[in-house]
Design a protein around this ligand. Structure first.
Ligand SMILES: [Zn+2]
Length: 442
């Protein structure tokens, strides 16, 4: 029974992740993501976007390379709820007559997306708990191995076959002191090595970073240093981060409490991700904080915050400079809360390393400079494994072959170089693939 790995998306860029594993006369898809860099500029016309248009603009994976497999696909498996892994489900999943499998949080986010955007999703949604398995067919099993990342209930997806295992490691880090949830299930990964890992699909995002990615606890201490240690009195504090980063939001929330400020979360996506996390009892912010879904309907509250800015800590969306998010609206004076000189703008996030997003963020920073705000950038640790964490994962699972993914050629090549340092040989047991290519796994 031949196994063929099809690199559909995310092998030329950081985004639109999608991998297809063809196993004899069956196949599964892992992840179906957006390329945010290409998607964000199209968002103004969101209602008009079609599958064809998005493929043409490279905003979603081009699944033309696996169109001959359409009838073989038995499942769409989602590793975690980040948009670069699930954001294309809206336009693509119904093209496949199979269920979608993922952990409860990811399924909850999908349901919210469906509600908000009112799109049709024909696929059955199947919820599988972290560290649990599910049998897709006689020959194919799937296991969601819990990992730490920058979103809750992220998993490495292990596809178990009669020949052995194929481990998909996008996205993970080895956080020894997570803020929410438990550590990466290393015990299971060690066991897996004994059960034979045929192939490892490796997260190459930070393969060039020669370090270990620090724990989320480090980000918490950075936040503490800034928020509790600086001369913030009399000024607004606005913290921005990824809406999906529940652990980071918890640290921000805790600091706001210690400061004695009223905490207000502003933005639709923050409300969605927090709502899903509260439903699953990971956090309980809304009991002690105000949630503003839309700035449009909250003019009175925004005005009151503008006038009594020293009493509030605002948590806002838009740290990547997204033109439609709260941060941009504030700095552009489009809502009744504007930024004044010496207000604190805390970027509890990095910048996604793609051209449009980097440019948007630069524009936002420029406008903040013009308003004479105090900027605290990079109060952040990554959710992705760095080079030395990648080395640890390779050591732990000792795969027969390695296929770098989640990056452009430079990042994938860097992961391949690491593998070659560890005795793997390019073209023999390390494969560099680009979108649309495939490799037969012996
Ligand atoms: Zn992710």
């Amino acid at each position: 029974m031949d196994i063929v790995l099809h690199a559909v998306g995310g092998y030329d860029e950081v985004g639109r992740n999608m991998t297809c594993l063809e196993i004899g006369d069956e196949a599964v898809i892992i992840d179906m993501g957006l390329y945010l860099d290409r998607y964000v500029p199209l968002q103004d016309d969101e209602e008009k976007l079609t599958y064809q248009k998005l493929v043409q603009e490279d905003a979603i994976p081009n699944d033309g390379s696996i169109s001959h497999l359409r009838k073989k696909i038995k499942a769409i498996i989602l590793s975690h709820a980040h948009l670069d892994h699930i954001g294309a489900v809206r336009w693509m999943a119904s093209r496949y007559n199979c269920p979608i499998l993922s952990t409860p949080y990811t399924i909850e986010i999908l349901k919210k997306m469906k509600q908000n955007k009112s799109f049709e999703l024909k696929n059955k949604l199947i919820t599988i708990n972290p560290n649990s398995t599910y049998r897709i067919s006689k020959n194919i099993g799937v296991e969601f191995i819990h990992v730490t990342h920058s979103i809750i209930q992220a998993s490495m997806v292990n596809i178990s076959l009669p020949q052995g295992n194929i481990l998909y490691s996008l996205d993970y880090k080895f956080d020894n002191h997570p803020i929410v949830g438990s550590k990466t299930n290393k015990k299971r990964l060690k066991q897996l090595a004994k059960e034979n890992v045929i192939a490892l699909i490796l997260d190459s995002t930070n393969a060039e970073e020669e370090k270990k990615t620090f724990s989320e606890s480090v980000a918490k201490e950075m936040l503490r240093d800034v928020l509790l240690g600086m001369e913030t009195e009399g000024h607004a504090i606005i913290v921005t981060t990824f809406a999906s980063h529940i652990a980071r939001l918890k640290s921000i929330f805790d600091m706001g409490k210690q400061l004695g400020r009223e905490i207000v979360f502003v933005g639709r996506s923050l409300n969605d991700y927090i709502g899903a996390a509260e439903k699953l009892k990971f956090v309980n912010f809304s009991k002690n904080a105000e949630m503003i879904k839309s700035t449009f309907g909250a003019k009175k509250k925004l005005k009151e915050m503008h006038e009594n800015r020293e009493k509030y800590m605002i948590v806002a969306t838009g740290g990547q400079g997204e033109p439609n998010a709260t941060m941009s609206k504030m700095v552009n004076g489009e809502i009744p809360f504007t930024i004044l000189p010496e207000d604190f703008i805390v970027f509890a996030c990095g910048v996604i390393p793609t051209p449009t997003i980097q440019a948007n963020r630069k524009i936002l920073e420029h406008k903040l400079h013009n308003r004479k705000a105090r900027m605290l950038k990079d109060i952040h640790v990554s959710g992705h494994a760095s080079r030395e964490d990648l080395r640890d994962l390779i050591k732990i699972v000792s795969p027969d072959i390695i296929i770098p993914a989640h990056g452009n050629m430079q990042k994938l090549a860097s992961a391949a170089t690491l593998a070659s340092e560890m005795g793997y040989r390019l073209g023999k047991d390390v494969y560099l693939l680009q979108n649309g290519q495939n490799v037969t796994i012996e």
